[in-house]
Design a protein around this ligand. Structure first.
Ligand SMILES: *[C@@H]1O[C@H](CO)[C@@H](O)[C@H](O)[C@H]1NC(C)=O
Ligand SMILES: *[C@@H]1O[C@H](CO)[C@@H](O)[C@H](O)[C@H]1NC(C)=O
Ligand SMILES: *[C@@H]1O[C@H](CO)[C@@H](O)[C@H](O)[C@H]1NC(C)=O
Ligand SMILES: *[C@@H]1O[C@H](CO)[C@@H](O)[C@H](O)[C@H]1NC(C)=O
Ligand SMILES: *[C@@H]1O[C@H](CO)[C@@H](O)[C@H](O)[C@H]1NC(C)=O
Ligand SMILES: *[C@@H]1O[C@H](CO)[C@@H](O)[C@H](O)[C@H]1NC(C)=O
Length: 430
């Protein structure tokens, strides 16, 4: 064909474009969609306005391949191999009954009646398994962090997932479909208002299932829970050592605990202050690792380090080289040691209270129950108080015993009669 004019060329081009479009539209309108469950039967109807049927051919098109299911020609019916037992033709109207459906039966079915292309019909069949009950679970639901709620069906392919929170439909853009079996609901910055009952409805053409989950947002991440535990233990250490410091002060001058027991009490108390300062310092470092450095944490950290060094030296000296302490004459050194333990106790209580207050505030941003630390407090206090109780018990029995018989044990105790310049001896530190 010779083209003499550009307009003609355009016309030919347009016709070439329009013909496939028209065909596509025809296929589209003729395509019926059917869904059926695995194991069930489906009746695929032939073209409905044909009065006289001489021949019928049914084909299954999956992908690009085409398989003939059956052919009917002048009362001669041939059913092809994989369909022999489960395909039945109603010759009067050209309908095909397909039994015992499998997922591989999904695809396009085409029926051609009387060998005429325009009397053909295409049907899209989806063979689906019913969806199983969805599993719902959540991931990383900590206040201020991003978290997600996941919904997964183990069996069957879901076309649609819908989410509800406390019975209210959530907008579809809150969640996304990862596959036919998984939907993820995003909580960008998890907060208290995200707590509640979530339900996920997974459905396909033949079935739906819904599951609910009570979702809680934790206020504290695991590291912050550790900070809380460490701070609580630090306060218990400080409280027990505070008791060890105050108790002898409250005793009358004459009955005041002295000697070897006094030495052990001092060493133990200083050791406790040292450990509680280490714990409070650790809590501060962990807090900063989670929340970033802040001057309100760094300054107490420096003082805590100072307390750790002093109390460690005192505890070590009192335990292993008690004679060194007697030689220590400098009042400045004595004062430093005298104030280190009570000062340390105070510092630990203040810094730990600060951490606990911050942690409590953070906890309020979630909706879980506050961490129960009662067992931790009681067990730590019981273990730490035991040596002090033992020292006091020993002191009181030796006191009572002393009053009755002035024995060698008393001499032995008196031989160590020296008031160590530790915190709780106001006579020497003044
Ligand atoms: C075709 O005929 C069969 C039996 O004669 C009937 O059960 C079926 O409903 C018919 N199909 C349609 C589409 O009319
Ligand atoms: C059947 O109906 C369609 C439209 O619904 C028409 O195009 C077709 O010609 C009809 N066939 C016969 C045999 O009447
Ligand atoms: C097409 O269907 C046949 C059975 O009719 C099956 O064996 C084959 O795997 C299917 N192919 C595709 C691409 O689905
Ligand atoms: C009917 O099918 C048989 C074989 O199954 C064949 O021999 C015969 O020619 C067919 N008849 C017609 C009219 O096609
Ligand atoms: C779940 O979804 C299906 C399909 O969208 C719907 O028919 C059904 O009512 C829904 N179930 C509930 C409990 O909302
Ligand atoms: C969610 O919590 C409510 C009470 O707050 C309770 O009645 C309901 O059974 C819980 N649902 C699930 C799935 O645990």
């Amino acid at each position: 064909m010779l083209l003499h004019h550009p307009v003609e060329l355009l016309g030919v081009l347009l016709a070439g474009l329009l013909v496939p479009l028209k065909q596509a539209a025809e296929v589209e309108s003729a395509l019926q969609r059917r869904v059926a469950m695995v194991g069930s039967s489906v009746l695929l109807a032939g073209p409905h306005n044909i009065t006289l049927i001489h021949s019928v051919q049914w084909e299954h098109l999956n992908g690009t391949a085409s398989h003939t299911i059956l052919q009917y020609e002048r009362h001669n019916l041939t059913i092809h191999m994989p369909y022999i037992a489960r395909a039945h033709l109603h010759a009067s109207n050209g309908s095909l009954l397909l039994e015992d459906l499998q997922e591989s039966d999904s695809g396009i079915y085409r029926v051609t009646v009387n060998r005429a292309e325009r009397e053909s019909l295409t049907i899209l069949l989806d063979v689906l398994k019913p969806v199983s009950h969805p599993q719902l679970w959540s991931r990383g639901l900590v206040a201020k962090a991003s978290g997600e709620v996941l919904c997964e069906v183990a069996e069957g392919r879901a076309d649609t997932f819908t989410w509800k929170k406390d019975g209210q439909m959530l907008p579809p853009d809150r969640s996304y479909h990862l596959s036919g079996s998984l939907s993820v609901l995003h909580l960008r910055v998890a907060k208290k208002s995200d707590c509640g009952s979530y339900s996920c409805n997974a459905s396909n053409g033949i079935s739906w299932q819904e599951t609910s989950l009570n979702v809680t947002v934790a206020g504290l991440s695991p590291p912050l829970q550790d900070v809380l535990r460490i701070s609580v233990v630090a306060v218990v250490f400080a409280a027990v050592s505070g008791w060890g410091i105050i108790f002898p002060v409250c005793q009358s001058e004459k009955l005041r605990i002295r000697g070897e027991l006094w030495r052990w009490l001092s060493a133990y108390t200083c050791g406790l202050v040292c450990i509680s300062s280490i714990l409070a310092g650790t809590a501060g470092i962990l807090w900063m690792r989670e929340e970033g450095p802040s001057i309100a944490v760094i300054v107490p950290e420096i003082f805590l380090l100072y307390v750790i060094v002093i109390t460690f030296l005192v505890a070590f000296t009192v335990t292993f080289q008690p004679t060194k302490l007697i030689q220590l004459k400098s009042t400045a050194a004595q004062r430093t040691m005298g104030y280190a333990a009570p000062g340390g106790v105070l510092l630990v209580v203040v810094t730990s209270s600060f951490h606990m207050k911050n942690i409590h505030q953070r906890h309020e941003e979630g909706c879980t129950a506050f961490m129960d630390v009662t067992t931790l407090v009681v067990s730590t206090a019981a273990v730490l108080a035991l040596p002090i109780l033992a020292i006091f018990l020993c002191y009181h029995t030796t006191q009572g015993w002393l009053q009755e018989h002035d024995s060698s044990c008393a001499d032995k105790e008196r031989s160590f009669e020296m008031s160590l310049p530790i915190s709780m001896d106001p006579d020497l530190t003044s």
